[in-house]
Design a binder for this molecule. Structure first.
Ligand code: ZN
Ligand code: ZN
Length: 361
């Protein structure tokens, strides 16, 4: 990973925003800029200085091994306060940016008490996240590996699906196989929803038993090399009625339409509109209750969001999910989700799993 390029870019962004320094407290952003994978730390970034990572004693050895291009300080007490105080004193910062979506009100007050009167705090939004949107080739390869690992365990996980097994047992099988295959963790708690519950787009796996007939939505992802994957397949248990087959086909075509729209220069909202248009033609658009996709990387949900009103222009190297769905209350739902990377000419779908309806009888 090219940490020095990332550090240069964040400094350029500070200058552009008129800030002297940035206090980074969101751990995925710390990892992005320094390589440090620990769960607590504070990174101080200021022009004219090497970035400095503040850690506690638990992480000293790990930080020594992982951190690239940054100085280390072993600090006592609140790391964010220590880092801010260093930025104001050694760093000479007058205008100090902090991550407004990541710092608690209590932590902000504590920092304020440690700063000299001449230093002011300024809320920033998505400063590092915006840099993370376009992935470097090495990041894309890590996401690809995570996507492949998850896709690879699906056929075995499907073996346990039968009427009468609980949703949580299916989720357990997926997560067990993922860890056995080398996943560091799941990207999020595995979603398994069956029968009428499949009409709830974000239902976590419950103790409900799989019915004799109906859709089962499986939505899961793994973390590998720090990077997330995310995939959904909807399978059918039992003999498939014509209506269920056409519902599935419709979502599949909507997903295809969105993937065909995905290319550099297009606005995120237009990719969403492509999926929605297809569903509208079949009268299902009102049952599509979420956005078409989201960026992913070190976190499972990143920018850009492929949704209504999202004017972000897509650029080569952005990695997004494409996951339209239709959810009919009392009846059931279908979602199909792949991960795709925007290329110079269109997109490359990283998920190798079939889009045919998988029927389990
Ligand atoms: Zn998903
Ligand atoms: Zn997703």
């Amino acid at each position: 990973m090219d940490y020095s390029e990332r550090q240069r870019k964040v400094l350029a962004e500070l200058t552009r925003r008129g800030l002297d320094a940035l206090l980074v407290t969101h751990t995925p952003n710390i990892r992005y800029l320094s390589g440090f994978t620990g769960s607590s730390g504070a990174l101080a970034v200021a022009a004219g200085h090497r970035p400095r990572l503040f850690i506690d004693g638990r992480y000293l050895e790990q930080a020594r091994q992982e951190v690239v291009g940054c100085a280390l300080t072993l600090a006592k007490g609140a790391l964010a306060s220590a880092a801010a105080a260093w930025l104001a004193q050694a760093g000479g910062a007058r205008l100090l940016g902090f991550e407004s979506q990541q710092l608690t009100v209590a932590a902000r007050s504590a920092i304020g008490r440690r700063l000299p009167a001449r230093t002011r705090l300024r809320a920033t939004d998505s400063l590092v996240e915006q840099l993370r949107m376009v992935k470097q080739p090495e990041e894309i390869e890590r996401i690809r590996a995570a996507v492949r690992l998850a896709s690879g365990i699906l056929p075995d996980a499907l073996q346990v699906i039968r009427p009468g097994i609980s949703e949580s047992a299916v989720a357990a099988e997926i997560e067990y196989r993922a860890r056995r295959a080398g996943a560091e963790a799941m990207s999020f708690p595995t979603l398994v929803s069956s029968g009428a519950r499949s009409a709830m787009p974000h239902a976590v796996a419950s103790s409900c038993l799989l019915p004799r007939r109906g859709f089962v939505i499986l939505d899961f992802g793994v973390i590998l090399g720090g990077y997330c994957s995310d995939m959904t397949r909807t399978v059918y248990l039992g003999r498939v009625p014509a209506r269920a087959r056409s519902l599935y086909q419709c979502v599949r075509e909507a997903q295809q339409a969105a993937k065909e729209a995905l290319r550099p220069g297009i606005q995120a909202a237009e990719v969403d509109a492509a999926a929605r248009r297809l569903l509208r033609r079949h009268g299902f658009a009102r049952y599509f209750s979420h956005s078409t996709g989201h960026g992913l990387g070190l976190e499972i949900h990143e920018s850009p969001r492929l949704g209504r009103g999202q004017r972000q222009a897509l650029r080569p190297g952005m990695v997004v999910t494409v996951e339209p769905g239709v959810y009919i209350p009392g009846e059931g739902g279908v979602r199909i989700e792949d991960v795709a990377v925007v290329t110079d000419t269109g997109c490359e779908v990283l998920t190798p799993t079939t889009h045919e309806l998988i029927v389990i009888r």
